[in-house]
Write a protein that binds this ligand. Structure first.
Ligand SMILES: Nc1nc2c(ncn2[C@@H]2O[C@H](COP(=O)(O)OP(=O)(O)OP(=O)(O)O)[C@@H](O)[C@H]2O)c(=O)[nH]1
Length: 304
């Protein structure tokens, strides 16, 4: 019997890792392997999921929809060859991936006999799309939604019920997928899986090439940074940032690392629940909007 694969896609910061965390921690008793792809060299998502499941494999430094397709297939074959095979495999695409490249790779007929793509869920940040309806015309965003069997809304908490209904109707009209709200119902696997019967030849459309559209800065420091200086720098950068995340240590809080998250203008800091030291940060913006050398110099100055 082949093992089902759930592919989780969605734009930068849409809520993929948060959603997967919920899936992993739900009361299902399944042995789940999670494969997560960060397109930079720092495995932030893998670390965020590490305490939630038996096996988390981070694929980094590229996108599994294009440059890392081979790595993805090798990883799946290795996981399926383990003595304790998983009963479900969850793959998190990076926020810049067109899932088409991943779906095509998973149609490998040899792989299909042991692990089959059984559902594609696309996370949509309800707050972001409501505030910026132009997102609906973004080719990468459209490709991610178009690939989905299920669209799962995230971040509906700050919206009115009528706004959620309007967005749900709008998204439902875009494709063949079901649209689920943020009530946790999608963590019921019956809603997420069971879409695949056999490998299919794909839809023939060209993959949206998006990696060049974004610019990324990665920064590491063995030491801590001052909290006020860090917050002031992030606030100054936030108009140019689409997404930032990572682990930060503050001089004022020795021995504790924090998870830093920024999506659009909203930033959060929360104590990290896995051990680590120093800072590891990823900042992402549209190409041309981030002044990478100046930002790196400002971060280095904070870390001194
Ligand atoms: N209020 C609220 N916040 C959410 C929800 N889902 C995600 N977030 C927050 O949004 C931020 C980004 O969430 P992630 O789950 O890391 O998003 P992602 O899609 O995995 O991000 P990338 O992998 O970087 O593209 C974090 O600060 C989350 O806590 C939600 O349903 N409600």
């Amino acid at each position: 019997m082949s093992v089902p694969i759930l592919l989780v896609t969605g734009f930068l910061g849409a809520g993929k890792t948060t959603f997967i965390n919920g899936v992993l921690q739900a009361d299902h008793g399944l042995r789940i392997a999670a494969i997560v792809n960060d397109f930079g060299s720092i495995n932030i998502d893998a670390r965020l999921l590490e305490s939630a499941t038996d096996e988390v494999i981070g694929l980094k430094n590229g996108c599994i929809c294009c440059s890392l397709q081979g790595d993805l297939l090798r990883t799946l074959k290795r996981v399926m060859g383990e003595a304790e095979r998983p009963e479900l495999i969850v793959i998190e695409a990076s926020g810049v991936a067109d899932p088409k490249g991943i779906v095509d790779a998973l149609m490998d007929p040899v792989l299909w006999r042991s692990a089959r793509l059984d559902g594609v869920v696309c996370l949509v940040d309800a707050e972001d799309v409501t505030a910026d309806p132009g997102r609906l015309d973004d080719p990468l965003w459209k490709a991610q939604v178009a690939a989905a069997d299920v669209v799962q809304l995230s971040k509906t908490g700050a919206l009115r019920a009528d706004q959620v209904t309007a967005l749900t109707d709008r998204l439902a009209a875009l494709g063949r997928h079901r649209v689920l709200g943020a009530d946790g119902s999608a963590r019921d696997f019956a809603a997420l899986l069971g879409f695949a019967a056999a490998p299919s030849p794909g839809d023939g459309r060209a993959r949206v090439e998006a990696a060049d559209r974004f610019e990324m800065l990665e920064w590491r420091s063995e030491g801590a940074v001052p909290m006020a200086g860090f917050q002031a720098l992030i606030q100054a950068l936030s108009p140019a940032l689409l997404r930032a995340k990572g682990f930060v240590a503050f001089r004022e809080k020795p021995g504790q690392q924090f998870v830093f998250q920024l999506v659009g203008r909203r930033a959060t800091l929360a104590p990290a629940d896995t051990a680590g030291q120093g800072c590891e940060l990823v900042l992402i913006g549209e190409r041309g909007k981030l002044h990478v050398p100046a930002i790196r110099a400002a971060l280095d100055e904070l870390g001194r």
